[in-house]
Ligand binder design. Structure first.
Ligand SMILES: Cc1cc2nc3c(=O)[nH]c(=O)nc-3n(C[C@H](O)[C@H](O)[C@H](O)COP(=O)(O)O)c2cc1C
Length: 300
């Protein structure tokens, strides 16, 4: 039985990855989860310098998921390379580094520093709704997305994945712009902007007022967007948004995703990624599927 998938020349042992920002760099999770079982670890967004993130409260539970406004807190690329990337070297899994920035120059500085590292691919986060400057601004206008993608592509040594925002009118327009600018792959979806109000205090629950919605309630929207983009572009897609079970992941694969990532569910059940990988194998056995690639994009 073949469970491996190929994205831009990188071979993943199975299609199951971690969603950026929901698994750190795997350090804490490695006490529970055998990282060798994962197709890839996708790290939390990293910038050129340390970012403190947003004031608290910055997470809130909602029906079917959660809101977060972490604001891309991270230790900066230098500490990240010494600590997180070194840690990940001991595992037989691919490493995808999620990159964030406030200006194109910030992104480029991080991408250049990663050139000789053990990162197998770079995921460029142009879709975080929780930081005031940069980030999502690049992911909501097709011409800005084209510009940042082509400039990063010129300097990147690893294949680049552009992570798309669902907070747009037509996600296929963004997918086409990223592809035209030379993106090697796409990942989707990032969180969907939401608000929760504390009616006793008559205040926003999050200090940032708005937050990014993630979790199971997102899944039908995410599957729809993956399916639309898979029909709009030729480059591979990594699908995410509300995956809790192998069955959820298989929906994404059938809609056209070559791989999938598990995000918020890691907080509820830290074993979700491995359970999803095991469940996909069981599904393949049950249905006599020899190669996972047979089901990718099988629903047109
Ligand atoms: C607490 C939290 C932090 C996140 N941080 C990042 C991040 O640093 N970079 C990024 O591209 N996406 C980030 N995301 C988005 C997830 O990677 C994912 O795209 C989204 O949550 C949808 O998947 P899910 O419903 O499985 O969580 C974050 C999500 C959560 C819940």
């Amino acid at each position: 039985m073949k469970t491996s998938v190929n994205i831009a020349g990188v071979e993943f042992k199975n299609p199951v990855m971690t969603g950026s920002g929901t698994f750190g760099s795997g350090m804490e999770y490695s006490e529970f989860v055998d990282l060798n079982r994962l197709g890839a670890v996708v790290t939390k967004g990293v910038a050129n310098v340390p970012w403190p993130g947003n004031p608290t409260p910055r997470v809130a539970e909602v029906y079917g998921g959660m809101l977060n406004a972490i604001g891309l807190q991270n230790p900066g690329i230098d500490v990240f390379m010494e600590r997180d990337l070194e840690f990940l070297k001991q595992f037989d899994t691919k490493v995808i580094v999620n990159v964030c920035g406030k200006s194109v120059e910030d992104y480029i500085e991080v991408v250049e520093k990663l050139s000789d590292s053990n990162a197998d691919m770079l995921e460029i986060n142009v879709s975080c709704p929780n930081v005031k400057e940069g980030a999502i601004a690049f992911g909501q206008k097709a011409d800005a997305l084209y510009d940042i993608t082509s400039r990063i592509k010129k300097v990147a040594k690893q294949p680049i994945i552009m992570k798309l925002s669902p907070n747009v009118t037509d996600i296929t327009e963004m997918a086409r712009a990223a592809e035209a600018a030379g993106a090697d792959a796409l990942s989707m979806i990032n969180t969907l902007t939401g608000v929760k109000i504390d009616i006793e205090r008559r205040k926003f629950v999050l200090a940032n007022k708005t937050g990014g919605m993630s979790g199971p309630a997102l899944k039908p929207i995410a599957v729809r967007m993956v399916w639309q983009c898979a029909n709009a572009v030729q480059i591979p897609i990594i699908g995410m948004g509300g995956i809790a079970t192998a069955e959820d992941a298989i929906e994404f694969l059938m809609a056209g995703a070559t791989a999938v990532a598990v995000g918020a569910m890691n907080f509820i059940n830290p074993y979700t990624t491995v359970e999803v990988a095991d469940g996909i194998e069981k599904y393949m056995e049950r249905h006599g599927i020899e190669d996972i690639n047979e089901i990718i994009g099988c629903v047109k």
